[in-house]
Design a protein around this ligand. Structure first.
Ligand code: MF3
Ligand code: CO
Length: 237
C-alpha cells in the first residue's frame, strides 16, 4: 500500500505543477493518466460505478467528484481539489489536495486550505490503536468548527486495502470514544471536506459533482493512514 500511496503522491504532484490560469481540468486528467500508467499502476476511479476519469477535479463550490472537462478552464483566484486513486498489485492508494490557481487567492480561501489540511493532520494524529473512528472524526470536526468553517456530512472517509472502499466509514465528525475501535494493521483514508459556509450539499445533474448548497467554496485533503504499534503511518506521502 505504501507503493501505491507513493504513486498517488507523484500523480498529484504532477497535476499540481500543471495548475495555472487557462488550464482546463481535462489537461490535469491527461497528465495524471499518463503518469499513472508510466509508474506501472492502474487508475482506481475510472470505471468505478462508471465514473469516467482517473481524477476528480472539484473547483470552488464543488466539494468532491467533479468530472474533468475540456470546458472547465481554471482562472486566477480559483481553488481546485484534485483527488486520485490507483491500484498496484491489488493494493489501493487514495489521496487528495486542494491547490490555489494563480498567484493570489483571498485570505479567506488561504485560511480554508490551511484549516482543511490541518484538520486532516488532527485526524491522522487520532488514528491510533485503542482509539475509535469517532475520535478521528471529532478531532477533524473540532479543528474545523473552531475556525468557523463546517464539515460536510454526506461524504466520508473509508477503510482501504484490496478494495478502494472498505469498512469502516470514517466521518469527518463524531463523538470521542464512539464508533468502531481502531486496531494495528487497519488502514484508513481520512478525507475532510470543509465548506466556508454551511455544511449542506447538493448533487449536480451529472449525478457525480457535489456542490455546496449555499454556493460557498469548499476544500478537500486526503491521506491513507495505517494504524501501527508505532502510531499513525501516512502511506500517501
Ligand atoms: N476520494 C474519493 C473517495 O474516496 C473519490 C472517489 S471517486 C470515484 O471515495 F469515482 F471513485 F467514486
Ligand atoms: Co477516498
Amino acid at each position: 500500500m505504501r507503493r501505491s500511496g507513493r504513486i498517488v503522491r507523484q500523480v498529484l504532484e504532477a497535476a499540481r505543477e500543471a495548475v495555472r490560469p487557462g488550464v482546463a481540468t481535462m489537461e490535469l486528467e491527461r497528465i495524471a493518466e499518463s503518469k499513472i500508467r508510466d509508474l506501472g499502476a492502474k487508475p482506481a476511479f475510472k470505471g468505478y460505478y462508471d465514473y469516467p476519469c482517473v481524477l476528480c477535479t472539484s473547483v470552488n463550490d464543488e466539494i468532491v467528484h467533479g468530472i474533468p472537462s475540456e470546458r472547465r478552464v481554471l482562472k486566477a483566484g480559483d481553488i481546485v481539489s484534485i483527488d486520485c486513486g490507483v491500484v498496484l498489485d491489488g493494493f489501493y492508494g487514495d489521496a487528495a489536495i486542494t491547490v490555489p490557481v494563480g498567484e493570489e487567492i483571498t485570505e479567506e480561501l488561504q485560511k480554508l486550505l490551511e484549516v482543511t489540511r490541518d484538520s486532516l493532520f488532527r485526524g491522522i494524529e487520532a488514528a491510533r490503536s485503542g482509539n475509535t473512528v469517532g475520535d478521528v472524526g471529532a478531532a477533524v470536526q473540532r479543528h474545523v468548527e473552531a475556525n468557523g468553517f463546517s464539515v460536510v456530512r454526506e461524504f466520508v472517509g473509508h477503510g482501504i486495502g484490496t478494495k478502494l472502499h472498505e469498512d469502516p466509514q470514517v466521518p469527518n465528525f463524531g463523538t470521542p470514544g464512539h464508533g468502531p475501535k481502531l486496531r494495528d494493521g487497519m488502514v484508513l483514508a481520512i478525507e475532510p471536506m470543509v465548506n466556508v459556509g454551511r455544511a449542506g450539499t447538493r448533487l449536480l445533474d451529472d449525478k457525480w459533482t457535489a456542490v455546496t448548497e449555499d454556493g460557498s467554496y469548499s476544500a478537500h485533503f486526503e491521506h491513507c493512514v495505517a494504524v501501527t504499534k508505532n502510531g499513525p503511518m501516512i502511506l500517501t506521502e
